[in-house]
Design a protein. Structure first.
Length: 698
């Protein structure tokens, strides 16, 4: 009976979609959640649930949390680690959380403060259909069929390009050959989020790719509408938090002119102090009149600040710091600013500054990635840190946050396109960006500083990379696209569009929209304006460094590369790694041995590096006919002596070939075990047996 009931409750909609079939299912799993959907493509399955809790008293913000978790069983694996269970989210899971959160967050009504939790669980992963874009679609579908006031649906697709043709949701293998990898999310009417990387792709091709993806998004939105018709709940009636008209009027009377004066101050610190003073004086004046209205008063002050800033931009064509729309803030660049770092740069743009360093290491420093469907070693890493002093604030310093991970990966994508491939560059690279000042676009400062620090470290990058963050103010038909946005322009504006690339094209994108979305004209304008800004920034960077240094830092490891026969690898490593460990202990070097017999020796000490090479050559060297050797007598028999001429290589010196005055009756008359003797290799037979002689040495 229970099985029959589940079958009757289950609702499924399907759509043939670019070589696969996407389906949304609901009604048979997680039925106590506010909304639950399983999204399938091939043998990849993602369960997405949404739940709601009533807003807390005096709640003044929208508490949306998004979790994405990959279960090891989804790929038929048992988790590693001591506990053999899933632990804290991986970097990949955190990035996917952000991909889901960013497009859905703007689609809840203003003033809606109930707590919403979205949990996406990967149940099955086939290694072909990526679960991240399915999770975006599933989150929207679960919200759309629930009673939560979500103003969707949205959908997400991945766009690649193979042989000049755009491909939707390419497989992992196809993606490896694609010159672009964009995740695009949007409603049926507009694009609302973009994230991805490219290989020096022109702006026009990027626009074409994004809007090609949007056409397919429309089909997935329509599929969710069909699911809602079959299984959707009536949307709940909610009372949105609104500010009483009397508070709005009093705040405007008291503070509007002061806000205008404060927002006209060009310096961030002085402007912040003036805004803080306005907030304090307004709250002090109104605290008796509205004793429980502090949060509403603050919200109105921020709303009026946004209104003033936006009107000033659209009406007076003036930005908060006095710049024109396409102007880039003053830039200062320095390299080699940290003596012991292998490469370093200080990049300052306006009131945003980053200390960026590059460190080179051996293959043993690579990051081990144990993913859901693959394992790999990561040889290029970029880590971004945003300490509270960068904005003059006092905050607890805890672990790396989701924002820091997201910004770091964006910068990493931007630079990865120009970094030498592993086969051409034997080092592991780690870039660290410590933001020391921030007033917007700190991730783009990381890209610029990272590019310069790589060149300072002597890494032969293909071309310098720069990044610029674009903003938007849009009121009806009035539109202003802003280059190199400030923090407040990001916060009070409608778009944060980060564009990175070289002089030849785009290498990474990240875009979030808070308005209704972008049409093609605005997108084209933003990318063209970003291109002009990027070229200007590259010119400023070139004043500090134009190309990679010929020589690396004296503190960077040097690498000695040699080839040995693959069948000699076991001898170099030794039983249980005993031999290679002894070499490392004796010389202090790091050694990497590849399956093809390539041996890389890393060390900052040239002498020790050559010593390690000498030891390895001694281990793998093979006997040569006609060559003289100094060997050690290992064993004596009646018919001769066995001499070790190389590590692990013995030869027979027959009694008749021993050089001595007169006839040798017994070998022990002229030789002792452990004694060093000179011999010549005169023959190596087919079985590899070595015959030695002393008489034929002359």
């Amino acid at each position: 009976m229970a099985e029959l009931l589940s079958t009757q409750l289950k609702k499924t909609v399907t759509l043939p979609f670019h070589g696969s079939e996407i389906s949304f299912e609901t009604g048979w799993v997680a039925k106590q959640a506010g909304g639950a959907v399983i999204v399938r493509a091939g043998e990849t399955m993602v369960l997405v649930t949404v739940c709601r809790a009533d807003a807390k008293p005096d709640q003044s913000f929208f508490p949306l949390t998004v979790e994405y978790q990959e279960k090891a069983y989804a790929a038929g694996k048992i988790p590693g680690g001591f506990f053999r269970r899933e632990a804290k989210p991986s970097e990949g899971e955190i990035l996917t959380c952000r991909l889901i959160d960013r497009p859905i967050r703007p689609l809840f009504p203003d003033g809606y403060y109930d707590e919403i939790q979205v949990i996406c669980t990967v149940l099955s992963a086939d290694g072909i259909n990526s679960p991240d874009v399915l999770a975006i679609c599933g989150a929207s579908a679960a919200l759309h069929i629930s009673d939560i006031p979500f103003q969707g649906p949205i959908a997400g697709v991945r766009v690649g390009r193979l042989g000049g043709q755009f491909v939707i949701n390419p497989s992992r293998e196809d993606l490896a050959r694609s010159d672009m990898d964009f995740i695009v999310a949007g409603t049926k009417d507009a694009i609302v989020m973009v994230e991805g990387a490219a290989q020096f792709v022109p702006e026009k091709d990027v626009v074409d790719a994004l809007f090609f993806g949007h056409e397919e998004i429309k089909k997935l939105c329509a599929l969710q509408e069909e699911l809602r018709k079959q299984a959707g709940k009536a949307k709940m009636e909610v009372k949105l938090v609104t500010v009483p008209a009397e508070i709005t009027a009093r705040v405007k009377t008291l503070a509007y002119d002061q806000l205008k004066q404060a927002l006209a101050i060009l310096s961030k610190a002085e402007r912040r102090d003036a805004l803080s003073a306005t907030t304090s004086s307004t709250l002090e004046t109104l605290k008796l009149e509205f004793p429980e209205g502090e949060r509403m008063i603050k919200n109105e002050l921020e709303r009026f600040a946004g209104e003033i800033m936006r009107n000033r931009v659209l009406d007076e064509k003036v930005r908060m710091d006095g710049r024109k729309f396409a102007d880039i803030r003053p830039i200062e660049c320095e390299v080699a600013v940290i003596p012991r770092a292998h490469g370093s740069a200080l990049f300052t743009r306006g009131e945003t500054q980053g200390f960026v360093t590059t460190t080179l290491g051996s293959s043993t420093d690579a990051q081990k990635i144990d993913g859901l469907t693959e394992t790999a070693e990561k040889t290029f890493m970029l880590h971004y840190n945003f300490p509270p002093f960068s904005t003059g604030e006092v905050k607890n310093i805890r672990g790396t946050g989701r924002r820091e991970i997201g910004h770091g990966v964006l910068a990493e994508r931007a630079l990865r396109a120009v970094v030498p491939q592993d086969k051409d560059f034997p080092f592991v690279i780690r870039i660290v960006s410590d933001i020391t000042e921030s007033n917007g676009s700190s991730s783009m400062a990381t890209v610029c500083g990272g590019s310069m620090s790589l060149m300072d470290a002597g890494v032969k990058i293909k071309d310098p990379v720069a990044g610029v963050a674009m903003g938007l103010i849009k009121e009806g038909t009035r539109v202003a696209v802003l280059s190199d946005i400030l923090g407040d322009e990001d916060h009070l504006g409608d778009m944060d569009f980060k564009v990175c690339g070289t002089k030849d094209g785009i290498t990474a994108l990240q875009m979030d929209i808070k308005c209704d979305g972008l049409d093609r004209n605005i997108m084209t304008t933003a990318l063209d304006q970003a291109c002009a800004g990027r070229l200007h920034i590259l010119g400023e960077m070139a004043k500090a460094i134009t190309k990679p240094r010929e020589a690396m830092s004296q503190y960077a490891p040097q690498v000695e590369i040699m080839k040995i026969k693959p069948d000699k690898i076991r001898e170099v490593i030794g039983p249980g790694g005993k031999m290679i460990k002894s070499i490392v202990e004796e010389t202090g070097v790091k050694i990497d041995v590849s399956d093809d017999g390539t041996v890389k020796i890393f060390s900052t000490d040239r002498v020790q590096s050559m010593r390690a090479k000498e030891i390895i050559l001694g281990i793998v060297e093979e006997a040569e006919v006609g060559k003289l050797y100094t060997g050690v007598v290992k064993r004596i028999t009646d018919f001769g002596a066995f001499i070790e001429i190389l590590p692990g290589v013995d030869g027979l010196l027959h009694i008749s070939q021993i050089a001595a005055e007169g006839r040798v009756n017994q070998v022990t008359d002229v030789m002792r075990e452990g004694e060093e003797v000179q011999v010549k290799v005169v023959e190596i037979d087919r079985q590899g047996r070595v015959r030695l002689s002393q008489k034929e040495m002359n």
